[in-house]
Design a protein around this ligand. Structure first.
Ligand code: BG6
Length: 526
């Protein structure tokens, strides 16, 4: 091939590559990479809310998208008594209630649903389950692969992990033998000690690679996109450091209150419910160094380095670094809502925080001196999750004689919810004779030019568990490091002496405690 032809071909290839995204599906369909091995999905806690609201709809949707393994079997287990038929009917009813039931394939999907009643504290019940699963395996050729999803209250995790192990159901690493995997949802313990104990029990029966610790924030498309945005573009990484970035603000605000979860939330509060997991994941994705490959362990190694570099909280002057609040009476969407202490199941004198804002620092070269503000709360003015990267002002203004010294600095917003977007605010000249600057914003909407199918968070995590891909799951060391960071804060905040003074009551529908309580330089959200 002549050199000139070669160039034309390369140009043509480049042209195709750059124009393909406009056709709607960039670089081929991104929905499914591989199809999972035949397997059995065993849901422990199948009569509960999570199964009906999240897991079964996700599994059915995967089936409709032809994304479940072929063959597959789903076995629901819990203490309640159901026949296979009764369980199918219950699942059908709840899917129809959700209003998202596509009846066309329900009968064939339902024929793969089974139910086994088990007693959580009875080893013989698990031995019987093991025999049942073997029979189903033989009948449906699911190759001995099993995914155990623990859709049960966290205090039962250790009991069930032990029972599965003792019944021989945890054996199977997938290396030249069928695999057995276990899926757990947060909270992974309630402090460092309990998290270590939980990990120890899990590891007595399952190897780390068999364990999938879910964080549903990681399954959000816009959260996954943070890595692509940072590391697939040359333009942002050079400024992604202390030289150019003044502060980072990560907010996850909700309008919902505690709902029917007082039993859990009274013990957890916002620090355990949102910070130990989701907020720490967002922080790591923004702050981590570049992994050399897009592989689960390389990405998780880099996140862990961020957690290791977190500056320990100065518990002596904790009030300069954290604001805690609890929602009081107020108005959300024009409806009056009760304060936290008047919610069903909540202690009328409760000191549980429903809001926290903390200032954290990462002690490494990239981030030395840059404050990261993490905010999360319930019953706030608006449901919004976003990350705001505040760049520094220009080092010297050549316009100072006409405009004064101050020029508004650039800001980059990564919108996670409800706006799935990336916005960059920068300065331009205002049209007209007079020299005047104005801030303008360039927006990219995540779904722009994409019309293909998408997976919801539970569909994505279930699929990844079946594929054995750990990218979107917590690793043990990350969990423990985050608890190590938070436990002194929890201890200090929860000690009876400090908490009554620290906890500010805020009006429901506001943006949290009044700013006089706020030690941080506010970074406004969009
Ligand atoms: C959960 C918390 O993990 O995340 C809830 O337990 C919270 O209290 C929820 O409401 C928020 O998730 P999202 O996806 O609605 O921001």
């Amino acid at each position: 091939m002549k050199k000139s032809d070669q160039k034309t071909t390369t140009d043509a290839a480049l042209f195709a590559a750059t124009t393909t995204p406009d056709l709607g599906i960039p670089y081929g369909s991104c929905l499914l990479e591989d199809s999972p091995d035949p397997c059995m999905i065993v849901v422990i806690g199948a009569s509960g809310d999570l199964t009906a609201r999240k897991l079964m709809p996700a599994l059915y949707n995967l089936y409709l998208k032809d994304a479940l393994p072929d063959p597959f079997v789903i076995v629901g287990c819990s203490r309640s008594d159901f026949s296979d038929e009764g369980f199918r009917e219950k699942m059908g009813v709840s899917l129809r209630e959700k209003g998202a039931m596509d009846e066309s394939k329900w009968e064939s999907f339902a024929s793969r649903l089974f139910y086994r009643s088990i007693q959580y504290d009875d080893p013989s019940s698990f031995s019987a389950l093991a025999r049942n699963l073997n029979e189903l395996d033989m009948r449906y050729h699911t190759a001995g692969n099993r995914l155990f999803y623990l859709a049960i209250p966290p205090f039962l995790y250790e009991t069930i992990a032990r029972a599965l192990g003792e019944a021989g159901l945890s054996a199977g690493t997938g290396e030249n033998e069928p695999w057995s995997r276990v899926v757990v949802e947060k909270p992974f313990g309630s402090d460092l000690e309990t998290a270590v104990a939980l990990n120890r029990t899990l590891h007595s029966h399952f190897q780390e690679k068999q364990v999938f610790r879910i964080d549903h924030y990681l399954a959000k498309e816009t959260v996954q996109n943070i890595l692509m945005f940072r590391f697939a573009n040359a333009v942002f990484e050079p400024v992604w450091n202390r030289t150019y970035i003044g502060s980072v603000s990560i907010i996850s605000a909700e309008t919902l209150g505690v709902e029917h979860r007082a039993g859990y939330y009274e013990q957890a509060g916002v620090l355990r419910d949102m910070f130990q997991n989701h907020m720490m994941q967002l922080l790591a994705l923004i702050a981590m160094e570049t992994p050399s490959r897009f592989e689960a362990d390389q990405v998780r190694d880099e996140k862990v380095k961020v957690y290791r570099a977190l500056r320990p909280f100065p518990v002596d002057n904790i009030n300069d670094f954290i604001v805690l609040g609890q929602y009081g009476l107020g108005t959300i969407d024009n409806h009056e809502v009760p304060g936290y202490r008047d919610e069903p199941g909540v202690d009328p004198h409760s000191l549980t925080p429903t809001y926290a804002k903390m200032k954290v620092f990462i002690d490494n070269w990239r981030w030395q001196g840059v404050p990261f503000y993490l905010t999360s709360g319930k019953r706030l003015a608006r449901k919004v999750t976003e990350i705001s990267i505040q760049l520094k002002e220009v080092p010297h203004s050549m316009f100072r004689n006409v405009l004064g010294e101050h020029i508004t600095a650039n800001r980059l917003i990564l919108g996670i919810y409800p706006d799935e977007k990336i916005s960059l605010t920068f300065q331009t000249k205002n049209p007209g004779a007079k020299v005047c600057l104005r801030s303008v914003t360039m927006d990219f909407y995540y779904r722009q030019n994409y019309t293909g199918p998408v997976l919801d968070a539970y569909e994505k995590v279930l699929l990844d568990c079946m594929l054995g891909d750990h990218m979107l799951f917590w690793r043990q060391d990350g969990v423990e490091l985050c608890w190590s960071f938070l436990t002194p804060i929890l201890q200090s905040c929860e000690s009876c002496a400090n908490l009554p003074d620290m906890l500010r009551i805020y009006e429901s529908g506001s943006w949290g405690p009044p700013s006089d309580a706020d030690p941080t330089t506010e970074v406004a959200h969009s």
